[in-house]
Ligand binder design. Structure first.
Ligand code: AMP
Length: 492
């Protein structure tokens, strides 16, 4: 069977097949193989899948086959974030190129007036729930012709508090629609949603969330005040160690402030890093992501929300500067690399403030193998904070840390037994006159602001750090950014 026959066998229509061919897809992904025939057969589907699994084509093939130009909005795809809305819309535009469908992304943070005009011609709308409700309240969108409703990354929508908004939207869609739910995990709440709003859904899951065989995960123990220095050392050394496997690097932080801090100080230390988080305006995020996508930016410092759902190819290294507070976020982070058969490395820098999170990640992901690496010798460097324009660097510049000192000082060992996780609107191929080619690349981003999110949430405090603050010892002992915390920490 040749490559295209494998896609044809699934029942995908000519229009979409031509794009698949232009994109040089070798074979259907597992989620496509399992869901496309069911979707084309008119079934409601609940699918366990993640970003990067090819899920957009999985639901897109069915929608594009059945949606006609000029019949109004017939396909509605709900996503948790602006980035994902933009990304999914961009893919849907590409896949529907030969059918000439109008795909319109709808999300907050940008002018609603322009969206209103575009929505009036749309066949497929890819929307975040908040902004869609806005349109519904203004009667600027007609959902009476919707025959396909997709909930993409449904678990994330629930996590972000969109459950009630989604329910309101669903009840305004025609009852005889086909409903497809894609989610990394299917919780009890999602199961009850599917029972209530879906018709005898077929459940599908794909085997592996992370291709563990292609991903090498390690952790280093370090002192709080050596964390940044170790990051710089590792970034510079990993780069020279394995130049052919040094593509794009993502450095994850838990707060916007830490992300800003890390990016700024990396630049001061000759690492060309760029930052992306939810506190930046849309156009800035778009520019950064575009640079990362086309390879002019090599190190992207980011928060979970900003990075969520982005399909960026060629990420070779993931650094967790802050260990993810949520075990699921850890899996999403490492899922940015080791994609499409390529290998990847996830590097965790663990200091005392990460202990609880690290134990939690290991407890909830017992299948992950995170190996301990000896902390190498590295040079201590000064870091700079914005607020008070002071430098913190411990005892002098250029001091060399001894190997594994952090681990000894921590007094805790983290073996596996210890524990127990914005936007570049791509123009439609038609609008810029280009045909689909093999190298469609996306560069999208930005998240819908979550109405229920507390904006003042800071990094989790350990009892120890809290006591230190109480004793007024803050900043005397450490040079890590959380020691300089203030109430304006934003979790992204
Ligand atoms: P998604 O999970 O839908 O965001 O897709 C992730 C990436 O995989 C996108 O860049 C798609 O264009 C690409 N993709 C989708 N299906 C396939 C396939 N069968 N073979 C190779 N790449 C694919």
């Amino acid at each position: 069977m040749n490559k295209m026959e494998q896609f044809e066998k699934l029942g995908i229509c000519e229009h979409v097949l031509k794009v698949v061919k232009a994109k040089k897809f070798e074979k259907p992904s597992e989620i496509q193989e399992k869901t496309i025939p069911l979707i084309l057969d008119g079934k409601d589907v609940v699918a366990g899948s993640k970003t990067g699994s090819g899920k957009t084509l999985a639901f897109g093939a069915g929608i594009i086959q059945n949606v006609e130009p000029k019949n109004g909005v017939q396909g509605l795809i709900l996503t948790p974030t602006r980035e994902l809305a933009e990304q999914v819309a961009s893919q849907m535009q590409e896949f529907s190129y030969y059918k000439k469908l109008e795909v319109v992304p709808v999300y907050g943070g940008v002018s609603i007036e322009n969206q209103i005009k575009k929505v009036s011609h749309a066949n497929i709308v890819v929307a975040t729930p908040g902004r869609l409700l806005d349109h519904m309240n203004r009667n600027s969108i007609d959902l009476s012709n919707v025959s396909f409703l997709v909930l993409d990354e449904a678990d994330r929508m629930w996590d972000m508090g969109f459950k009630d908004d989604v329910a309101k939207i669903v009840t305004k869609c025609p009852k005889d629609r086909q409903t497809l739910l894609f989610s990394a995990t299917i919780s009890g709440e999602l199961a009850s949603f599917s029972e209530k709003y879906m018709k005898a859904p077929v459940e599908i899951s794909v085997e592996h969330y992370v291709d563990a065989s292609k991903l090498h995960q390690v952790y280093y123990d370090a002192r709080d005040n050596e964390k940044f220095s170790l990051l710089v050392h590792l970034l510079k050394n990993e780069q020279s160690k394995n130049p052919e496997n040094q593509n794009l690097v993502m450095v994850f932080c838990n707060t916007r402030r830490n992300a800003d801090f890390v990016a700024k100080n990396l630049k001061l230390n000759a690492v060309d890093a760029h930052v992306i988080h939810g506190g930046m305006d849309q156009s800035k995020r778009m520019r950064v992501l575009k640079g990362f996508d086309n390879g002019t930016v090599n190190v992207l410092v980011c928060t979970d929300v900003a990075a969520r759902g982005l399909d960026i190819k060629g990420v070779s290294h993931i650094y967790n500067y802050d260990m993810a507070a949520d075990a699921k976020d850890y899996v999403h982070r490492i899922g940015r690399t080791a994609r499409a058969g390529e290998s990847g490395v996830a590097i965790n820098i663990i200091t005392s403030r990460d202990y609880d999170n690290f134990a939690n990640v290991q407890k909830h992901n017992p299948e992950l193998r995170i190996e301990r690496e000896m902390t190498p010798k590295f040079e201590r460097i000064f870091v700079k904070f914005d607020e008070d324009k002071r430098s913190f660097g411990g005892r002098g510049n250029g001091r060399t840390s001894s190997p594994s000192r952090g681990r000894q000082s921590s007094g805790r060992s983290f073996g596996r037994s210890s524990g127990s996780r914005d936007s570049s609107p791509r123009r439609s191929p038609r609008s810029d006159g280009r045909k689909p080619s093999g190298n469609f690349r996306r560069s999208s981003s930005s998240r819908d602001s979550n109405p229920r999110r507390s904006s003042g949430e800071g990094p989790r405090r350990t009892q120890g750090s809290f006591r230190r603050e109480q004793r007024g010892e803050r900043n005397k002992r450490t040079n890590n950014p959380s020691s300089n915390r203030s109430s304006n920490f934003k979790r992204d």
